[in-house]
Design a protein around this ligand. Structure first.
Ligand code: WQD
Length: 336
């Protein structure tokens, strides 16, 4: 069975994807610099699947560390999650973001070429739809960004498009994630950010645990049914399964293909808070606050291409996502 290198495989989406890859019968090699995750994820993945996997602590900016992985393993395809991903931080540290995400990816592509590996699934983001397109987003829409993090995703997609033009033996699927939330139903892996969470669900989880006092709802004056921001929340396990479908497609097709991974449905901040209160049977204290810079009112996917191309579609409800998130949180109150 094929050997898959998963960069960033100890992270939130990476670890869930490793579980799905192993359960689909692939052999998995993980590379991660552990800058925003814990090696404990590897043990949890082994416990969930009952299968072994190789782990290399390695950094995309260290070419010899990556060379060693390709010399020691026959890598048939790469799923590339590794990267810095905090929007606000990217505005404060643009050079670190461009260097880590873009130089790192160029290094990875170079090592792949030297080892005749040309099948690539890229962790892109709905952030590439920018602020000018109107939801539901389709993959043929123009891409843009409003922050260095978003620009790294736009630029890496362009790099991969150009690689496919220059070398027709390459196959790339760029998966544009909407808002991945939740956790594996075992509660052994989940969203485990360092420090105060930027994203909605991990912040709510900390409020539910009593570690944070209340949720600031960023804006209740958006042109949406209840005035709060609307997003396409997708269960991380559904998203992970989408990577296995994308990988199968990438093995059978050539060229560059952007594909949305979303549910095609939008939920508001208040709808999510209410769903979380039901999941944890606690009140989530909240207060309205001004809009957050860079936020848009509404973002959700047209999810039809993934269904047409891969036969994949998201299955879980928002209620299940919140229940699984809370189950992980109470089982890991201090994180992994
Ligand atoms: C969701 C909604 C906020 C926190 C970001 C990145 C995107 C992707 C996913 C990497 C918005 C509101 C949030 C809070 C709030 N990351 N909110 N109070 O901004 O849609 O997407 O994460 O790929 O690239 O941009 O996700 O969870 O931060 O916000 O009211 O404390 O919750 O305004 O409406 P976002 P989010």
């Amino acid at each position: 069975m094929n050997n898959i290198l998963v960069t960033g495989g100890t992270g939130f989406i990476g670890s869930h994807t490793c579980v799905e890859l192993l359960e689909a019968g692939y052999n998995v090699i993980v590379m991660d610099n552990l800058s925003n995750s814990k090696e404990e994820s590897i043990n949890r993945i082994k416990t969930i699947t009952g299968r072994d996997l190789k782990f290399y602590k390695a950094d995309m900016l260290n070419i010899s560390e990556m060379e060693q992985i390709f010399e020691e393993n026959q890598i048939d395809a790469v799923i590339h999650f590794a990267g810095l991903k905090a929007v606000g931080e990217s505005v404060a540290k643009p050079v670190e973001y461009y260097n880590n995400n873009i130089t790192g990816t160029l290094n990875l592509i170079d090592v792949m070429r030297r080892h005749s590996c040309s099948t690539f699934v890229f962790s892109s983001s709905a952030t590439v739809y920018g602020v000018t397109n109107k939801a539901p987003y389709t993959e043929d829409m123009p891409t843009s960004a409003t922050n260095p993090y978003g620009y790294t995703k736009v630029m890496i997609e362009q790099i991969l498009r150009d690689v496919c033009v220059a070398d027709p033996s390459w196959s790339v699927v760029a998966l544009r994630y909407f808002n991945p939330i939740g956790a594996h139903h075992s509660g052994l892996i989940g969203e485990n950010p360092n420090g105060i969470p930027n994203n909605l669900i991990p912040y709510i989880a900390q409020v539910a645990l009593g570690k944070l006092e209340k949720l600031s709802v960023y804006g209740n004056d958006y042109p949406t049914p209840d005035g709060t921001g609307v997003r396409d929340y997708i269960h991380v396990a559904d998203l992970a399964k989408g990577h296995v479908y994308a990988l199968r497609y990438a093995f059978e097709h050539k060229n560059f293909e952007p594909v949305n991974l979303g549910t095609g449905k939008g939920s508001s901040v208040l709808e999510i808070v209410n769903a979380y209160e039901k999941a944890c049977s606690k009140e989530i204290k909240r207060a309205f606050a001004p809009r957050r810079a860079g936020d848009i009112a509404v973002s959700f996917a047209d999810a039809s291409k993934a269904k047409k191309l891969f036969g994949w579609q998201a299955q879980s409800t928002v209620e299940q996502m919140c229940e699984d998130s809370w189950n992980f949180t109470i089982k890991n109150p201090e994180g992994l």
